[in-house]
Write a protein that binds this ligand. Structure first.
Ligand code: NAP
Length: 495
């Protein structure tokens, strides 16, 4: 692990990037200060310096956004699918043209390495392109009733105003993964981005404005009063959809609030992905896959491999080789070229990761590489591999959300499946084996919404992304993504 790179100039980077990024709430096509006048300080996690202040929206601002979205709805839902498709395609083009600026902006407020940020911008823009293609494929169904007496006609209509709440770890992609299908379906939206990373969301708002999205169709209200804002917005009977990405704990609270008005919910929640390696696997491929599944986004991903279960005969070799690869990563401020591991998003994330590692070491785990925060400025934690992790260690149960790979050995296929399923989460999992029949058998037996089979990356805008158990409800992306923003209407016909 090399030392933290120097030469990072937060102020200069912020000045360059912020000239085109709005810092107000976007309500009804206007960028405005918060009605209270209060602001959110946005920090660079590499230097702990303030890079910008952004409007800290109030409940009144959020309700004004609902008003704007409700007023814009009738016109937007009656535009042609082709028109909505072309607006989204334009947004894809603008985002792609501005990719480098967006990536740098994201790194500035989130900390992730520029390579990860560039990857996220491409992934995020792709949701606009994908849903521009889906917008014109809102198919229904027609069948003859079993009695032969009449026809059953099923159409799909936009749900209406949607509340979209997103996390800081993928501040662009989690937003476009919701706005893309919502707009394609003909819904209007109120977005509440994470307070750690509002700038990226506001920049996406600017992109959509430039793409020709009419006033009121997309509203964005950054706010530190998340609970109050969500409660107020969900109490407005015009809001018919909630799409949330974030922790399972907050998801549970929001499901409770949504129950009052029986609002349709899509929930993308926490994960605790197992990464299972059988002894017959191609170990080179498994290590490559592990690097992606663990280290993409510095480990701050809901799909991040959280527990490595490796067949006993290759477990020591796997841990050693993974440690060599992870230990060679260059850690430093994400904006510095060549840096592969940036800081974690804030001090409490860094401290949580450190506490989980310390506790695992206390109960017998061995740090093959890494193991403690370096100290000094910035919320850094080094890439860490822990071997011989005992079953009771907390980091096998909690979402680590950092660059830490605990390795545990197993002896039978049944044991691997049982260990993999020993969690309330069920988002993603990974399986490496040369035996395709076994791979598919294990993939079917693991209780997750997504499985990477001999592959360390599952995210794809064209695939249905989502979890089972307490990792969520519904799917984003794929053909399913737009359906989440539509209601089926059944018309019983005689003709
Ligand atoms: P979080 O604390 O749950 O926050 C997510 C969003 O919810 C933020 O905008 C936050 O606003 C807001 N929020 C917090 N408390 C709220 C409340 N009581 N009512 C309404 N909104 C509230 O999650 P996070 O720390 O940002 O993100 C990390 C989590 O997201 C991890 O668990 C990760 O697994 C999950 N995640 C899941 C997926 C997926 O697709 N399944 C993808 C990415 C991340 P503030 O920032 O203002 O607090």
């Amino acid at each position: 692990m090399t030392a933290i790179a120097s030469g990072h100039d937060t102020r200069r980077a912020a000045d360059e990037l912020l000239s085109w990024v709005p810092t107000g709430c976007l309500v009804g096509g206007e960028w405005r200060d918060a009605s209270s006048g209060s602001v959110i300080d946005v920090l660079d996690p590499a230097t702990e310096e303030i890079v910008a202040t952004v409007a800290d929206g109030t409940v009144d601002d959020a309700l004004a956004a609902v008003d704007a979205a409700a007023h814009a709805l009738a016109e937007w839902r009656s535009t042609s699918p082709r028109h909505r498709s072309e607006v989204l395609r334009a947004a894809y083009g603008i985002m792609t043209d501005r990719a480098e600026e967006l990536a740098r902006l994201m790194t500035l407020e989130n900390g992730k390495a520029l390579g990860d940020a560039r990857g996220e911008v491409a992934y995020a823009a792709e949701f606009f392109r994908w849903f521009s293609e889906e917008a014109v494929r809102n198919a229904g169904e027609l069948m003859t009733a079993p009695s032969g007496a009449n026809r059953i006609l099923v159409t799909r209509q936009p749900m209406g105003v949607a509340l979209l709440i997103t996390p800081w770890n993928f501040p662009a992609a989690m937003l476009t993964r919701k706005i893309g299908p919502a707009l394609a379906a003909g819904c209007t939206v109120v977005c509440k981005p994470a307070s750690e990373t509002p700038l990226t969301a506001l920049a996406v708002g600017r992109v959509l404005e430039e793409a020709g999205v009419p006033p009121g169709v997309v509203n964005i209200v950054p706010s530190r009063r998340s609970g109050d804002v969500a409660r107020a917005v969900l109490s407005d009977a015009r809001v018919r959809k909630l799409s949330f990405t974030g922790s399972t704990e907050v998801g549970r609270t929001l499901l409770g609030l949504a129950a009052e008005n029986v609002v349709s919910c899509s929930m993308e929640l926490g994960g605790n992905a197992p990464f299972v390696v059988f002894a017959d696997a191609d170990l080179d491929a498994a290590i490559d896959g592990a690097m992606v599944a663990k280290m993409r986004n510095g480990g701050e991903a809901c799909t991040a491999a959280n527990r490595f279960y490796v067949e006993a005969s290759v477990a020591a070799e796997f841990a050693e080789r993974l440690a060599q690869r992870m230990g060679a990563l260059r850690m430093g401020p994400g904006l510095d070229e060549g840096v592969e591991l940036g800081p974690l998003v804030n001090a409490s994330s860094r401290d949580k990761v450190r506490d989980l590692v310390f506790e695992a070491r206390d109960v017998g785990a061995v740090a093959v590489v890494g193991g403690d925060a370096p100290g000094g400025t910035g919320y850094f934690f080094p890439a860490t591999v822990l071997a011989d992790v005992p079953a009771g260690a907390s980091l096998l149960r909690a979402e680590i959300f950092g660059p830490v790979a605990p390795v545990v050995s197993f002896t039978t296929e049944a044991e691997a499946i049982s260990l993999a399923n020993d969690t309330e989460y069920g988002l993603a999992s990974y399986v490496y084996t040369a035996d395709l029949a076994r791979g598919l058998r294990v993939a079917e037996a693991i209780e997750t919404g997504m499985v990477g089979l001999n592959r360390g990356l599952v995210s794809d805008p064209a695939a249905p992304f989502g979890g089972v158990k307490q990792s969520g409800l519904g799917r984003e992306g794929g053909h399913e993504g737009m359906l989440e923003y539509t209601e089926q209407k059944y018309i019983a016909c005689n003709w």
